[in-house]
Design a protein. Structure first.
Lengths: 330, 1157
C-alpha cells in the first residue's frame, strides 16, 4: 500500500469516525431521561421470566455435595449463600480438604458478569460450571460421575423429567444450575435507588464517597451494572504490584497463563464490587484481608496515588450502599 | 442337464430382480432427500441471522468509537453487543451443521476466527481506554495541586518552576512515543530540585504522563485495528456462499423432483406387469420344480446317493455308492437294495423304515451294509420319499455318509466303558462321572444300587437335578449352591460326610463322598464323585447325640432340683431364724434363752450347709466364674478379722492374722472366691480346735514388677489328722473320720469346696498335720499387682504396675484445663474409659495439688490458661522431683514451635485439639508404659469417616454447611451424645456478640488471645473448619499485635459465627427431636429394669440366696447416680459377710429414699 493510498484510507476512517461521533452525540441527547445522566454505574436489572422449576432443581444441584468425587464438596461449600456467596477464606478448600489457589468470588450477581474466573477463561455461566466440577482440587469430579449419580437417583430422575421431560444429561445439569445462578441477583440497592433519582436513598458521606470513587478514577474500571466484572486490567498498571519485595507466583500471572501473550501478564478480570463489603478477603489470591488495605493498595498500584484515610472511609461507606436485596436464594 | 441350466437362469433372473428393486429404492430415497434438501425455513433463518450479525457488528463498532471518545461511561453496552454477536454466530453455526456442505464452512470459520481475534483486541482496548481516561482526567488536577504546593513553598524562582510544569502539560498532546525523553527531561530535572514532598507528586504525574502518551498511541492503533477487521465483509462472504449453495440446491431439487415423479410412474407400471407375469409363471414353475430338485440331490458328489422306486428297486446310484459297495452301476441298477443288507438289523428296524417312507416322511438312521467282498460298512442314511400330485411317494432318494470309522471308535469305546464298568462294579463305593455341563457320562453299578435308578435314566442327564436337588432339610438346592460343584473351583479333591443324595423312591441317603474335578489344559472338563452310603452310621451318631443330650438333661434336672430344694429349705429356715430372733427380744428365762440360742446356731449352721451344697453343685457344673477385679489386701484382712474375731474369742481360742509387710496393697484377683476359701479353712479350724490358737499367715513368696505370689497358711492347734485321714480329706461328704461327724457336725463338703476353689484360682493345697497336735493348710496363689494409690512416690509400687490398653481403667489422671467445654469433653472421655480424673482449672491449681501430695498416673495439660500456663506448671511440677510422671500437652497449638516449647518445659508429648479419643488413649498408654521401662508401639490412628445414625437421618449439607458433624464425630469416636453436648456448650459459650472481645483487646490482651484461642479449638471440636481458620488468623494477628487488622477480621468472624450459631441451633433442635422418643423409651426401660433388679435383689436377700451378689453387681451396672452407687458399696460388703438381713435393710433404706426423692 502506497503512502498516498494509506493517507486516503486514514482520512476516510477518520471522517467515518467523526460522522458516527456526531450522530451518536445527537442520538444520546434524546435517550437519557430521568435517570442520572451519564453515570459509570447503572442500576441492576434482574433477569425476568426465570423458570421456577429449573431454579429449584438448580438450587438442589448447587447444594448437593454428592456431585463431587468424595461426596464432600458442593458448589455451595465455597459459594456459601449463608455468607453472601463466598466462604470468607483467603483461598478455598476442595475435596480431601485440599487447598486451592484462588479466592472464591461471590456467586451473587455472577450471572451478570461478562467473563468468568479471575482470568476470564469462560465466556458464559454455562461454560464456567464444568471447570470447578472437574478441577482435581475443587470437586475432583467428572460428568460421567455426576450423570451416574443423578441417573441412579430416582428423585433427580423424576425432577429432571418433570422440568425438562427427559432424563438428566450434561447440558440440562448446566442449564439448571445456570438458571439458579440467574436467580441470585442482588438488586434495588440503596445506591441504585439513588441512581434512579431518590436523593435520600444514601447518606451524604456515601455520596461523597461516590464522588471520590469517580474522581480518583476507580470507576474507570469498576463500572457498569455490576460495578466491575466487565473488563480486564493489569494488576499494577501504574506502579508494579509484583517485584522484588513481592515476587509473583505462577498463579499471579493471570491471563498470561491462558494466552501465553506477554502483554497479558498480571492481567485479571476486574472484580465486581457489588457485595465487596461482605465478601472478604480480597484480590485473586485472597491475600488482603481488609477492605481498607485493599483500597489503599488499589490506589497505589492502579491509580498511582495514596488515598487518604478519611477518603478510604467514605469510599467504604459508598461501597456499602451497592448491595441490594436477593430475589431468591436462601 | 437341461433343467439344471434352466434353474440357473431362473436364479440369475431373481437376483437381478432383487438388485433392480433395491436400486430403485435407493434412487427414490436419494431423489426424495435431494428434493427436500433445499430448506426454505433455514434459508430464511440464515438471511435474518446475517442481517442481525451485520447490525450487531455495526453497533459494536459504534460502541468502540463511543468508548474511545468518552461518550460511553461503561462497557456494559459493548459487552452485551459482543455477547449477542457470539449468540448469533452460535445459532448460525447450528444451522450450518445441519447442512454438512463443506463449502459453507470455510467462510464461516474465517468469520469466527476474525471475531475471536478482534475480541482480544477489544479487551486490550478496554483496558487501555480505562487507563487513558484515568490519566487524562487526573493529570491536570494533579498538576494544579503541585503548582499550589510550589506557590505555597519557600522555594526560589517559583515562576520558572511553574512554567516547567505548564510546559509539561501543554506539550502532552503533541508528544510522540519516540520523543518522550525530550519532553519529560525538564520536569525530571525540576523534580530533583524540589523538596521530597513535592517531588513525590511530580514523580506521579511523570508516570501518568508517560502512560497517557503510551496508551494514547496504542489506543489509536487499537481503534483502527478493531474497526479494520472487516467482519461485515466476512459476514457477507459467508452469507453469499450460503446463498450460492442454496440456489444451486434449489435448481437441482426441481430437477430431482421431476425425475422422481417419472421414476415412480415407471415403477408402478413395472410392478403391475410383474404381478401379472408372476401368476402366469407360477403354474409352470410348480410342474418343473419336483424333477428339478431330484437332479440337484443326485448332483451331490460328496454323498453316497441312490434312488429307488416304490418297490425298493434301485434306479440310480452315484459313483460313491459303487465305490463303497464294490459293485458296478450295471450290477446295481434294477436290483433291490437288499443286495447290500447285513444281518445287523432285525425285522422291526426295516419295518419302521418302510412304514416311515411309505407315509411320505423322511427317515434317518444308521445302517450296517455288506459290500461285494462281504466286508461290513456303516452308513448314516437319510431316505427322502418324493411325492407325486396325488400325495403318494413314487421314488425314494437315499443319501448316505460313510461312518464306518466312527463306528469302529464307538465300539472300541463301548468295550472300554464296559471294562471300566466291570472294574467299578466290583468297587464297594458308588461312582459317577459327569461332564462340564453336569451331565452324567458314567455311573457304576454300586452307585445305581444305592440310588435305585437305572443306568439309562441317569446317563446323559443332569445328575445334580436327579440325585442332589435337595439338601438334608429338604430345601431345594440349586446347582450353583451345591458344595460338590462349588468345590471344583480348586483342583483339590473335596471330601464331605455331610452331603445327602436322594434315591429314586425319594429316600434321603446320607453319603460320605469325595469329588475330584477333571481339568484338561486348564479348562474344566467335569468331575468324578465317589461315595458311600453312611445313612446307618449317621442314624447311629444321631442316636448317640440324643443320648448325650438326655444325660445332660438329667444332670440339669438334678441341679435344678438342688437349686429348688435349697430354696424351699431356705425360706422356712428364714422364718425360723426371724421368729427366734423376735422371741429372744422378749423376756425369757435363762434356760429359754439358752435353748433359743441353740435353735439360732443350728439354723445358721443349716443355712451354711445348704449354701455349701449349692456351691458344690455349681463347682461340679463348672458354673463358678472367676472374676478378676482389683481388690485391697488390707480389706481382706480386716473383713476376715471382723468375721472371725468374735467367733474365736467366744470359744476362747486365740486368733491372729499375720500379713507380711512388703505385700503390695492393691491386687487383681477374685476377692469373693479367695474370701470364701479362707472362710472354709478358718471355719474348719474353728470347728476342730478346742483350745490354743488359730493363725492366718499371708506370706510373700515372690514379687516382680507386675506379679506377686502369696502363700496363705491357716494353722490351728486342733485335733490333727493321721496320714490316711489326710488322703481322704478332700473327698466330698467325707470328714477325716465319720465318727467325728456326729461330734463336730457339718456335711464334710467344706474342704472339698475349698479344694476346688483353690484349684479354680490356680493354686494347690498343702496339708501338714500331726495327730493331736494340730494342722496347717496352705496354698500359694498368683496375683497381678495394681499400683498403690495411697502411698505416692513409693518407688516399688510404681514399678510394679501392669496395664494394657483395655486396662487403662483404674488409672487416675489430672486434667488441667480452663475451658469448660474442653473440661466436659475430656472428663467424659476419660470417664468412659474407666479412668478416674481430677480437674485443675489452671497451672497453679495443678502445682498446688501436687504439693498437697496428691498422686496421679498421668497429667493432661492445656497450654493456654489464666493465672499460670501449662508450660510453667509443667516446669514447677518437674521441679517437685516428679520426673517419671507422664505429662501430655493437650493443646490447639501444634505448630513446630509450640511443640518445641512444650517439650522444652518438660512435657512428654502433645495431643492436638480437637481431641481424638483414640490418639489420646494411645498416648496415655504409651507414656505410662514407657515410664515403666517398656517400649510399646503407637498404632497409627485409623482415619475413618464415621457417619452416625442421627447425622445420617438429619440429612445435613443443604442448610447446615458451615458445620461438618461427620468430621467432628469421627474425632470423637462417633460419640453422638457427646458431640451434641459439645454443640450445646458451644452455643452457650459463644452466643454473645464479639463486642466483648473487642473491648478485651483494649483492656486485657492476654485474655483476648485466650478467648480467640478457645474459640479456635472449640470450633474445630464441633467441626466448623471455617470458623476455626478464621479464629486462628485472628489469634496470629493479635499475637503479632496487628490490632487494626484483627479488629477488621473480627467483624467477618462475627458474620461467620452468627451463621454457625444459627445452624448449630438447627442441628440441636433436630437432634433433640430425633432423640426425644428413643431416649424416653430407653430411660423408661432403664428405670424398669432397675426396679426389677431391686425387687430381685430384695427377694434374694430375703431368702438368703447367694445369687444376691450377682444381682447386686447387675444393679450397680445399671445405675448412674453416684450417691446410690457408694451406698450400694456398703450393701456389697454386708453381702460378702453373708449378713443378708442387714443388707436387705440397707437396700430397703436406699431405695425407699430414692423413691421419695
Amino acid at each position: 500500500m502506497s503512502p498516498h493510498i494509506a493517507a486516503i484510507t486514514y482520512c476516510k476512517q477518520t471522517f467515518k469516525i467523526i460522522l458516527i461521533v456526531i450522530l451518536i452525540f445527537v442520538n444520546n441527547l434524546f435517550v437519557y431521561g430521568a435517570e442520572k445522566f451519564r453515570e459509570p454505574i447503572t442500576p441492576v436489572i434482574p433477569f425476568n421470566n426465570l423458570n421456577k422449576d429449573k431454579v429449584s432443581l438448580g438450587k438442589k444441584l448447587f447444594h448437593d455435595p454428592k456431585l463431587s468425587s468424595d461426596g464432600t464438596v458442593s458448589c455451595a461449600k465455597c459459594h456459601n449463600l449463608e455468607t453472601n456467596g463466598v466462604d470468607l477464606l483467603p483461598v478455598s478448600f476442595g475435596i480431601n480438604g485440599e487447598k486451592g489457589n484462588r479466592n472464591s468470588p461471590t456467586i451473587i450477581n455472577a450471572a451478570l458478569q461478562y467473563r468468568f474466573f479471575w482470568d476470564g477463561r469462560a465466556k458464559t455461566a454455562e461454560e464456567q460450571i464444568t471447570d470447578p466440577i472437574e478441577n482435581p482440587i475443587e470437586m475432583g469430579s467428572s460428568w460421567q460421575h455426576i450423570l451416574l449419580y443423578l441417573g441412579s437417583n430416582n428423585e433427580y430422575i423424576s425432577s429432571f423429567n418433570q422440568v425438562y421431560g427427559v432424563n438428566p444429561d450434561r447440558n440440562l445439569v448446566i442449564d439448571a444450575i445456570a438458571e439458579f445462578q440467574k436467580s441470585l441477583i442482588s438488586y434495588n440497592s440503596p445506591f441504585d435507588q439513588y441512581l434512579k433519582g431518590d436523593e435520600n436513598a444514601i447518606s451524604p458521606e456515601a455520596k461523597e464517597g461516590y464522588a471520590l470513587f469517580k474522581s480518583y478514577g476507580c470507576s474507570q474500571c469498576h463500572q457498569g451494572m455490576n460495578v466491575g466484572g466487565n473488563m480486564f486490567e493489569k494488576i499494577g498498571v501504574i506502579r508494579p504490584y509484583y517485584g522484588k519485595d513481592n515476587p509473583a507466583k505462577l498463579t499471579d500471572l493471570g491471563r498470561y497463563n491462558l494466552t501465553g501473550n506477554k502483554e497479558d501478564m498480571y492481567e485479571f478480570r476486574v472484580p465486581s464490587l457489588r457485595l465487596v463489603v461482605k465478601t472478604p478477603p480480597y484480590f485473586h489470591d485472597g491475600s488482603i484481608s481488609t477492605l481498607n488495605e485493599a483500597i489503599q493498595l488499589m490506589g497505589k498500584h492502579q491509580l498511582g496515588r495514596d488515598i487518604k484515610d478519611d477518603h478510604v472511609n467514605k469510599i467504604i461507606q459508598f461501597l456499602a450502599t451497592l448491595e441490594g436485596q436477593l430475589e431468591s436464594g436462601k | 442337464m437341461e433343467s439344471n441350466h434352466q434353474s440357473k437362469s431362473i436364479k440369475t433372473k431373481t437376483l437381478i430382480g432383487v438388485l433392480v428393486s433395491f436400486g430403485f429404492l435407493f434412487l427414490i430415497t436419494f431423489l426424495y432427500y435431494s428434493a427436500i434438501n433445499s430448506d426454505h425455513e433455514n434459508h430464511k433463518k440464515i438471511s435474518i441471522l446475517s442481517s442481525k450479525l451485520l447490525q450487531t457488528n455495526a453497533l459494536i463498532k459504534e460502541y468502540i468509537v463511543e468508548n474511545r471518545y468518552g461518550l460511553q461511561t461503561n462497557y456494559d453496552g459493548l459487552n452485551s453487543m459482543h455477547d449477542e454477536l457470539h449468540r448469533l454466530t452460535h445459532e448460525y453455526n447450528n444451522i450450518l451443521k445441519q447442512k454438512a456442505d463443506k463449502r459453507l464452512f470455510n467462510p464461516f470459520v474465517t468469520l469466527t476466527i476474525a471475531i475471536d481475534q478482534r475480541e482480544t483486541r477489544i479487551e486490550k482496548f478496554k483496558s487501555q481506554v480505562s487507563v487513558y481516561k484515568l490519566s487524562s482526567s487526573f493529570l491536570p488536577f494533579m498538576a494544579e495541586e503541585i503548582k499550589k504546593m510550589i506557590l505555597n513553598s519557600s522555594l526560589n524562582s517559583k515562576t520558572e518552576k511553574l512554567n516547567v510544569i505548564n510546559e509539561f502539560l501543554l506539550q502532552i498532546d503533541s508528544v510522540e512515543k519516540n520523543n518522550i525523553s525530550d519532553w519529560n527531561e525538564p520536569v525530571k530535572s525540576l523534580q530533583k530540585q524540589l523538596p521530597k514532598e513535592i517531588a513525590q507528586q511530580v514523580y506521579i504525574i511523570i508516570i501518568h504522563g508517560e502512560r497517557l502518551i503510551n496508551s494514547r498511541n496504542d489506543l489509536e492503533k487499537l481503534t483502527l485495528e478493531i474497526l479494520d477487521f472487516q467482519i461485515a465483509q466476512k459476514i457477507y462472504s459467508a452469507t453469499e456462499t450460503y446463498n450460492a449453495v442454496y440456489l444451486e440446491q434449489e435448481r437441482s431439487s426441481g430437477l430431482y423432483q421431476l425425475l422422481m415423479a417419472v421414476i415412480i410412474v415407471l415403477l408402478s407400471g413395472g410392478v403391475v406387469f410383474y404381478i401379472f407375469k408372476q401368476e402366469e409363471t407360477k403354474k409352470h414353475l410348480k410342474k418343473t420344480l419336483s424333477s428339478l430338485t431330484q437332479q440337484q440331490f443326485a448332483l451331490n458328489q460328496h454323498a453316497i446317493v441312490s434312488i429307488a422306486d416304490v418297490t425298493g428297486k434301485i434306479i440310480y446310484v452315484n459313483d460313491m455308492f459303487c465305490q463303497i459297495s464294490g459293485y458296478s452301476k450295471e450290477e446295481l441298477i434294477g436290483q433291490n437294495h437288499r443286495i447290500v443288507k447285513s444281518d445287523e438289523h432285525d425285522k422291526n428296524f426295516f419295518k419302521t423304515l418302510w412304514k416311515t417312507i411309505a407315509n411320505g416322511e423322511v427317515w434317518h438312521g444308521e445302517i450296517k451294509n455288506i459290500n461285494k467282498r462281504g466286508n461290513p460298512y456303516w452308513v448314516n442314511s437319510t431316505i427322502v420319499p418324493f411325492i407325486d400330485e396325488n400325495g403318494k411317494p413314487y421314488q425314494y432318494v437315499s443319501i448316505r455318509t460313510d461312518i464306518t470309522a466312527t463306528k469302529k471308535i464307538e465300539n472300541q469305546l463301548n468295550r472300554e466303558r464296559s471294562f471300566f464298568a466291570k472294574i467299578t462294579k466290583s468297587m464297594g463305593e458308588g461312582l459317577y462321572v459327569h461332564d462340564e455341563t453336569g451331565r452324567c457320562t458314567f455311573i457304576n453299578g454300586k452307585a445305581l444300587e444305592i440310588l435305585g435308578w437305572n443306568e439309562d435314566e441317569l446317563l446323559n442327564q443332569n445328575i445334580h437335578e436327579i440325585i442332589h436337588y435337595k439338601d438334608q432339610r429338604g430345601i431345594p438346592l440349586e446347582s450353583k449352591d451345591s458344595d460338590i460343584l462349588k468345590s471344583y473351583t480348586t483342583t483339590e479333591p473335596f471330601h464331605s460326610e455331610n452331603q445327602v443324595f436322594w434315591s429314586k423312591n425319594g429316600a434321603m441317603i446320607s453319603v460320605s463322598l469325595s469329588a475330584v474335578p477333571i481339568y484338561e489344559d486348564d479348562s474344566f472338563k467335569g468331575g468324578i464323585i465317589v461315595f458311600q452310603d453312611i445313612t446307618q452310621r449317621k442314624l447311629q451318631e444321631k442316636r448317640l447325640a440324643n443320648a448325650l443330650l438326655e444325660a445332660e438333661e438329667g444332670n440339669r434336672a438334678k441341679n435344678n432340683f438342688l437349686n429348688n430344694i435349697s430354696h424351699e429349705i431356705r425360706t422356712p429356715l428364714n422364718a425360723i431364724l426371724g421368729m427366734t430372733h423376735l422371741v429372744m427380744e422378749t423376756k425369757l428365762t435363762k434356760e429359754q434363752t439358752d435353748h433359743l440360742q441353740k435353735v439360732e446356731i443350728s439354723s445358721q449352721n443349716l443355712l451354711k450347709i445348704i449354701n455349701d451344697i449349692l456351691d458344690f453343685s455349681k463347682l461340679s457344673d463348672n458354673k463358678f466364674e472367676v472374676k478378676m477385679m482389683p481388690f485391697n489386701i488390707s480389706q481382706l484382712v480386716s473383713d476376715i478379722e471382723k468375721t472371725y474375731k468374735k467367733k474365736f474369742s467366744n470359744k476362747s481360742i486365740g486368733f491372729d492374722i499375720d500379713l507380711q509387710k512388703d505385700i503390695p496393697e492393691n491386687l487383681v484377683g477374685d476377692y469373693k472366691i479367695l474370701f470364701q476359701t479362707l472362710d472354709y479353712f478358718l471355719d474348719n479350724a474353728l470347728k476342730f480346735t478346742e483350745k490354743g490358737h488359730v493363725k492366718l499367715i499371708i506370706d510373700l513368696k515372690y514379687l516382680s514388677v507386675s506379679k506377686v505370689s502369696l502363700k496363705f497358711i491357716v494353722e490351728d492347734s486342733g485335733i490333727g489328722m493321721t496320714e490316711n485321714q489326710i488322703l481322704n480329706l478332700f473327698q466330698a461328704f467325707s470328714q477325716a473320720d465319720l465318727s467325728r461327724t456326729r461330734k463336730y457336725g457339718g456335711t464334710g463338703i467344706g474342704l472339698a469346696i475349698a479344694y476346688n476353689l483353690v484349684e479354680l484360682l490356680g493354686g494347690e493345697i498343702n496339708v501338714e498335720s500331726t495327730k493331736g497336735k494340730g494342722s496347717s493348710f496352705s496354698f500359694i496363689l498368683d496375683f497381678d499387682v495394681v499400683k498403690d494409690n495411697a502411698k505416692p512416690g513409693k518407688k516399688s509400687a510404681t514399678k510394679t504396675k501392669h496395664i494394657n490398653q483395655d486396662e487403662l481403667s483404674g488409672l487416675s489422671v489430672l486434667l488441667v484445663e480452663d475451658n469448660e467445654l474442653n473440661q466436659d469433653l475430656a472428663l467424659q472421655v476419660l470417664k468412659s474409659k474407666g479412668i478416674k480424673a481430677d480437674l485443675a482449672v489452671n497451672g497453679q491449681e495443678a502445682v498446688d495439688m501436687f504439693q498437697e501430695n496428691h498422686h496421679y498416673d498421668c497429667i493432661l495439660m492445656d497450654c493456654q490458661m489464666p493465672v499460670m500456663d501449662g508450660y510453667e506448671a509443667t516446669r514447677q511440677i518437674r521441679e517437685l522431683k516428679l520426673k517419671d510422671l507422664p505429662i501430655i500437652a493437650v493443646t490447639a497449638n501444634v505448630l513446630p514451635d509450640d511443640i518445641a516449647k512444650s517439650k522444652e518445659s518438660g512435657m512428654d508429648d502433645v495431643v492436638s485439639k480437637p481431641i481424638n479419643i483414640k490418639i489420646l488413649m494411645e498416648k496415655i498408654h504409651f507414656w505410662i508404659k514407657k515410664y515403666q521401662g517398656e517400649t510399646p508401639q503407637i498404632k497409627a490412628p485409623a482415619t475413618t469417616n464415621i457417619k452416625t445414625n442421627i447425622v445420617e437421618k438429619m440429612e445435613l449439607g443443604t442448610t447446615v454447611n458451615m458445620i461438618e458433624p461427620d468430621k467432628a464425630m469421627a474425632m470423637l469416636g462417633a460419640n453422638e451424645s457427646l458431640y451434641f453436648q459439645l454443640l450445646n456448650r458451644f452455643s452457650v459459650e459463644f452466643s454473645k456478640p464479639l463486642t466483648e472481645l473487642e473491648a478485651l483487646i483494649e483492656t486485657d490482651m492476654e485474655s483476648a488471645i485466650r478467648f480467640v484461642h478457645t474459640l479456635k479449638s472449640s470450633a474445630a471440636t464441633i467441626g466448623t473448619t471455617n470458623l476455626h481458620l478464621q479464629a486462628g488468623e485472628i489469634e496470629t494477628l493479635l499475637r503479632n499485635e496487628k490490632i487494626t487488622q484483627a479488629k477488621e477480621k473480627i467483624t467477618h468472624l462475627q458474620m461467620s459465627l452468627d451463621v454457625v450459631n444459627d445452624q448449630l441451633n438447627v442441628l440441636l433442635d433436630k437432634y433433640k427431636q430425633l432423640n426425644n422418643d428413643s431416649q424416653q423409651a430407653t430411660e423408661q426401660a432403664d428405670s424398669e429394669t432397675i426396679n426389677q433388679l431391686v425387687e430381685t435383689l430384695k427377694n434374694h436377700l430375703d431368702s438368703y440366696d447367694s445369687e444376691a451378689d450377682t444381682t447386686l453387681e447387675q444393679l450397680r451396672g445399671k445405675l448412674t447416680d453416684k450417691k446410690v452407687i457408694t451406698q450400694l458399696e456398703k450393701v456389697k460388703h454386708l453381702v460378702l459377710q453373708y449378713d443378708y438381713e442387714e443388707a436387705l435393710n440397707k437396700v430397703n433404706e436406699i431405695f425407699a429414699k430414692d423413691e421419695t426423692e
